[in-house]
Design a protein around this ligand. Structure first.
Ligand SMILES: Cc1cc2nc3c(=O)[nH]c(=O)nc-3n(C[C@H](O)[C@H](O)[C@H](O)COP(=O)(O)OP(=O)(O)OC[C@H]3O[C@@H](n4cnc5c(N)ncnc54)[C@H](O)[C@@H]3O)c2cc1C
Length: 814
C-alpha cells in the first residue's frame, strides 16, 4: 500500500465508489479507497440493499440526485452485465388520503422534470399482474424508476476509477486520523499509515465512529430495517430475468416490493424503530452473506407486514419467507443526507446517510465540491452544517432519527411541526403568547406562533374564504384578520427565531465586503440588504447587515450554514470575530401605520422619519430597555425590528403592548407574516432562491454592486449577467382567488411544464391568490398566461408586475 495519497476515501460502499469515480473524472490521480471489508461486497448497507430507486421526492435536491444516479446506473455495466434495470416504479394508494397525495406527488415530479403519470388500478395490475387491483384506488407511475445492482455498480465505478489511477484496498481498517495545525495530515490503518491532507468518510452507518477520530459529531443512527425474499412464486415460474415488474411502494402500510426472477422481495418500515449504536456494529466480515450490517431477524416484527403483503399480492399466499433480514442503514434527525467538510478539522469531509437511490449523484456533487469548492446543485438540505447545536445532542439525534424512520413513508405536510422534543426553544415572549392563545408551529426548534386565538374577534364583519383541506391545514381565518389588521393598526411579530450574528473587529468591514454583493462601507447606522454568493454566483444566502459601529456589524441570516460559511472565510490573523447572538437576543417586529406612535411614546430618542430614516439602525432606550432598532419590515409596513437581550425581552413586550393599547395593538403570527411578505414580494431564501439561481434571475439585481470591488462570486456573476437569465422568478396571480397553493407545484404553458411555484399565499390586502414561480425566460413576460397544477387540477394564472402591494413604498418610507 502506498504511504501517500491526495485523498483517502474511507468506505468502498456505493457512496465511496461513486465519489472515487467522480474525483478521478475530475482529474484526481492519487485517490485511495480503503474498506475494512473485502471488495466489493464489503459488508456495509450496500451489500444487501435490494436497490429500489423511487426518484420522486418533495425535495428538488433529492430528486435531482436520484435522476442523475438512475441515469448512471443504467449506463454502467460490469463484464457485460447491467448495473440497473429501468422497469419503472408504481406507488399505489389504498386510502383516499394517499390517492390525493399521489396527485400532489405527480405535481412534484412534474416540477422537478420527471415524467410520471397517475394510472388506474387496472393499469397497475397490467404492469404488476400479482397485485390485487380491487384493494387500490390507483397508482403513481414513473417509467424511469427502477432497480440498481449496487454492488455491481460499485465494482464498475471502481474499475473506471482504477483506470485513472485510483487505488482500492479491501480488508484495511482505518483506525485513526492524524491532525496537524487544524488539518488532516495522515490516516492510520491496520496495514500502515498513509499521509494525506484530505479524508472523505463514506463509512455509512459507521460514520459517527470515523467522525469521532477528528472530534466531529455525525448526527446519524443506524436503524434495523426488515427485508425478506419469498420462495419462488408459481405465477413467476420460469422467469429467468432479474426483474421485469415495476417496483412497488405500498406506503399506506410503509412497505415496498420488488420482483427478482421467480421471487419477490418485501421491505417494511412498519415495525418499531430498532436503533443500534455505530460502536456495536461488527467490523469483521464472516464470509458470504454474513455481513456486519445484518442483525438478527425478529420475526414478530415482520408478521403484520407479511400478512399485509399477502393481501396486497395474493400470489404470496402460498409462498414462504426466505432469507429474511434486519438490515442496518443510517437515519438522520431530518431524514436528509450528511455532506460537507468538518468545521474544526480542515480536509476532513463526510458523505453519509445516503441511499442507493441518490448515491451516484452524491458522488458527483462531493467530487465537485472538493475539487472546485462548489457543488453543481443546491445541497443546503443535505449540508451537515444545517443543524443547530441542540440537534447534535445524542438524545435529539436518537429521538428524531427514530421519528424519521417512523415517518419515512408518511404523508408529511410542509408545515407539519415535529412533535417531540417540544417546547425546545422559546422566546422570552412565550408566556404572553400562550396567554393570547397562540397556535404554535416549530422551526429550527423555536416555538413560533402561527396565529393567536385572541384575535378571533378581529374577524367580526370580515368575509374570509375557506381554504381547501391541504392548504387549510395549520391555517385559520384569524391569519387573514391579523394580516389585515397589521395594515390598519400596529402588530407585534416575534422575530426572535431569525438567525443573528455579530461581526466585529478591525477586519470586519473588509471581511464582509468580500463575502457579500452589496456596498457595506456606509456610515455607522446604515442597514443594507445584500447577498452572499458562492464561487459560481449562486445565491448562498440573503443577509441584512446593520453597521452599528465602525468595526461592528449585526447580521440577519438564514441559518447555521451562513455562520459556518463565514467562519470558513475568516482571516487567519484574528482581525474578525463572529458571534452567533441568536440564543441571547430577542426581537419584536413592531409594524403597522401606528408603529411610530407606539415606539416613540416609550423613548426619548427621536424615531421621526427625519431623524430615523428607512434602512437605518440606532441604539436607543425604550423606557429602561436598551434596544437596537432597525427600521425595516418584511411585511411592507412602517416600523422597526427591535432587538434586546433575552433577559429584558418580556419587559420589552409588555411595554410595547401597553403603549400599543390605544392603537389597538395585536400580536401577529407567522401565517399573517408570510402572507404580507408574499404580497410585498420579499424573497425568502431556500424557498424563492438557492445556490441554483443568480441574483438577476431572482429579481435581486438591486442588491448587487459590482462596482464596489471584488467579492466572492463577482467574476462569475458578471459572466452570468452577460449570458442572460436561464430562468426567471416571476409573480403570478391565480384567476380563482379561492385557490391558494402551497409551493413546489408545477407551472405549465400550453400543456408543457415550464417551471414550479416557490412562495405562495393569499394576499389579503389585495384579495388575490399569489404564487411566485421559477419559469423559463420566454414565459416570464408580464401578462403571460400560465397554469398552476394543484392536486391534478390546472388553475389559470397570469404573470404580473411586482410587488403587488405598495410598489411606490409609500407605507414604509413615511
Ligand atoms: C435492508 C435494506 C434495504 C435497503 N433498500 C434500499 C433500496 O431499496 N434503495 C435505496 O436507495 N437504499 C436502500 N437501502 C439503503 C442503502 O443500502 C444505504 O443507504 C446505502 O447502501 C449506503 O451506502 P454507503 O456507501 O453510504 O454505506 P455502506 O455500504 O455501509 O458502506 C460503508 C463502508 O464503509 C466501510 N467502513 C466503515 N468503517 C470503516 C473503517 N474504519 N475503515 C475502513 N472501512 C470502513 C464499511 O466496511 C462499508 O463497506 C437499504 C438498506 C437496507 C439495510
Amino acid at each position: 500500500m502506498e504511504s501517500r495519497a491526495g485523498v483517502v476515501i474511507v468506505g468502498a460502499g456505493i457512496v465511496g465508489c461513486s465519489v472515487a469515480e467522480h474525483l478521478s473524472r475530475l482529474g484526481w490521480r492519487d485517490v485511495m479507497v480503503l474498506d475494512q471489508g473485502p471488495l466489493f461486497e464489503a459488508g456495509g448497507s450496500t451489500s444487501h440493499a435490494p436497490g429500489l430507486m423511487f426518484q420522486t421526492n418533495s425535495s428538488k435536491t433529492m430528486t435531482d440526485l436520484a435522476k442523475y444516479s438512475v441515469g448512471r446506473y443504467m449506463e454502467l455495466e460490469l463484464d457485460g452485465r447491467p448495473c440497473g434495470y429501468q422497469v419503472g416504479g408504481i406507488e399505489i394508494a389504498e386510502t383516499l388520503e394517499r390517492w390525493e397525495d399521489l396527485k400532489r406527488k405527480h405535481g412534484l415530479a412534474t416540477s422537478w422534470g420527471l415524467q410520471s403519470e397517475l394510472i388506474s388500478p387496472e393499469e397497475c395490475a397490467q404492469r404488476v399482474p400479482i397485485l390485487d387491483k380491487d384493494r387500490i384506488r390507483g397508482g403513481f407511475y414513473v417509467p424511469t424508476d427502477g432497480i440498481a445492482k449496487a454492488v455491481r455498480a460499485c465494482e464498475a465505478m471502481a474499475r473506471l476509477a482504477q483506470e485513472r489511477g485510483t487505488k482500492f484496498y479491501g480488508e484495511t481498517e482505518v483506525t485513526g486520523i492524524e491532525i496537524r495545525d487544524g488539518r488532516v495530515s495522515a490516516v492510520e490503518t491496520d496495514r500502515g499509515r498513509v499521509e494525506t491532507e484530505l479524508v472523505l468518510s463514506c463509512a455509512g452507518m459507521w460514520g459517527p465512529r470515523i467522525g469521532r477520530m477528528v472530534g466531529m459529531k455525525v448526527p446519524l443512527v443506524p436503524m434495523q430495517h426488515q427485508y425478506a425474499w419469498t420462495t419462488p412464486l408459481e405465477e413467476l415460474a420460469g422467469e429467468r430475468r432479474e426483474v421485469v415488474h415495476p417496483i412497488v411502494r405500498h406506503q399506506d402500510f410503509s412497505m415496498y416490493f420488488r420482483q427478482r426472477g421467480e421471487q419477490y422481495g418485501i421491505g417494511t418500515y412498519r415495525h418499531r424503530p430498532m436503533p443500534v449504536s455505530a460502536d456495536d456494529i461488527r467490523r469483521d466480515y464472516r464470509g458470504k452473506g454474513e455481513f456486519p450490517s445484518l442483525w438478527e431477524f425478529t420475526p414478530e416484527d415482520f408478521e403484520p407486514s407479511w400478512r399485509e403483503a399477502r393481501k396486497m399480492l395474493p400470489a404470496l399466499e402460498w409462498a414462504e419467507i426466505d432469507r429474511p433480514m434486519n438490515g442496518l442503514f443510517s437515519f438522520t434527525p431530518d431524514g436528509g443526507p450528511l455532506l460537507g467538510e468538518s468545521r474544526e478539522v480542515k480536509g476532513f469531509w463526510i458523505a453519509e446517510a445516503v441511499w442507493i437511490t441518490h448515491a451516484i449523484g452524491v458522488g458527483k456533487v462531493m467530487a465537485e465540491w472538493i475539487t472546485d469548492g462548489v457543488p453543481s446543485i443546491d445541497i443546503s438540505g443535505a449540508d451537515v452544517h444545517r443543524f443547530e447545536p441542540y440537534a447534535l445532542s445524542p438524545s435529539y439525534i436518537l429521538a428524531r432519527s427514530a421519528q424519521s424512520f417512523r415517518e419515512v413513508y408518511d404523508i408529511i405536510h410542509p408545515q407539519q411541526p415535529m412533535e417531540e422534543p417540544r417546547p425546545l426553544r422559546a422566546s422570552p415572549f412565550y408566556p404572553r403568547q400562550k396567554t393570547l392563545g397562540a397556535y404554535f408551529l416549530e422551526a429550527s426548534g423555536w416555538e413560533r406562533p402561527q396565529w393567536f386565538e385572541a384575535n378571533e374577534s378581529l374577524l367580526d364583519g370580515r368575509r374570509i374564504s375557506d381554504r381547501g383541506e391541504w392548504s387549510g391545514r395549520y391555517w385559520s381565518k384569524v391569519v387573514a384578520a391579523e394580516a389585515l389588521a397589521t395594515r390598519e393598526r400596529v402588530t407585534l411579530y416575534d422575530m426572535t427565531s431569525l438567525k443573528k450574528a455579530e461581526v466585529s473587529g478591525s477586519g470586519a468591514l473588509d471581511f464582509l465586503q468580500n463575502l457579500t454583493t452589496g456596498e457595506l462601507d456606509k456610515p455607522v447606522g446604515k442597514v443594507t440588504y445584500t447577498l452572499m454568493l458562492d464561487g459560481v454566483a449562486g445565491i448562498r444566502s440573503d443577509v441584512t447587515v446593520a453597521r452599528l459601529g465602525e468595526e461592528h456589524f449585526q447580521l440577519g441570516l438564514n441559518g447555521p450554514r451562513d455562520i459556518e460559511w463565514m467562519e470558513r472565510h475568516l482571516p487567519s490573523e484574528g482581525s474578525v470575530l463572529i458571534r452567533d447572538i441568536t440564543p441571547g437576543t430577542c426581537c419584536i417586529g413592531v409594524w403597522g401605520p401606528a408603529a411610530r406612535e407606539v415606539v416613540q411614546s416609550l423613548s426619548e430618542d427621536d424615531f421621526s422619519n427625519e431623524a430615523f430614516g428607512f434602512f437605518n439602525a440606532r441604539r436607543a432606550y425604550l423606557r429602561e430597555v436598551p434596544v437596537t432598532a432597525l427600521r425595516l419590515s418584511y411585511v411592507g409596513e412602517l416600523g422597526w425590528e427591535i432587538y434586546t437581550s433575552a433577559d429584558l425581552g418580556l419587559r420589552l413586550w409588555d411595554l410595547l403592548w401597553e403603549a400599543g393599547r390605544p392603537y389597538g395593538v395585536l400580536a401577529g403570527g407567522r401565517g399573517a407574516f408570510n402572507a404580507l411578505r408574499v404580497e410585498k414580494g420579499y424573497r425568502s431564501w431556500g424557498t424563492d432562491m438557492t445556490t441554483e439561481h443568480d441574483p438577476y434571475e431572482a429579481g435581486l439585481g438591486f442588491a448587487v454592486k459590482p462596482e464596489k470591488g471584488d467579492f466572492v462570486g463577482r467574476e462569475a456573476l458578471l459572466e452570468r449577467e452577460e449570458a442572460g437569465p436561464r430562468r426567471k422568478l416571476v409573480c403570478t396571480v391565480l384567476d380563482d382567488p379561492n385557490v391558494v397553493v402551497m409551493g413546489n407545484e408545477p407551472v405549465r404553458a400550453g400543456g408543457e411544464a415550464v417551471g414550479y411555484v416557490t412562495s405562495a399565499d393569499f394576499g389579503y390586502s389585495l384579495g388575490r391568490s399569489i404564487a411566485y414561480a421559477w419559469v423559463t425566460p420566454e414565459h416570464a413576460r408580464v401578462g403571460n398566461r400560465l397554469k398552476i397544477e394543484y392536486f391534478g387540477v390546472r388553475y389559470p394564472a397570469t404573470v404580473t408586475e411586482e410587488p403587488l402591494f405598495d410598489p411606490a413604498m409609500k407605507r414604509m418610507r413615511v
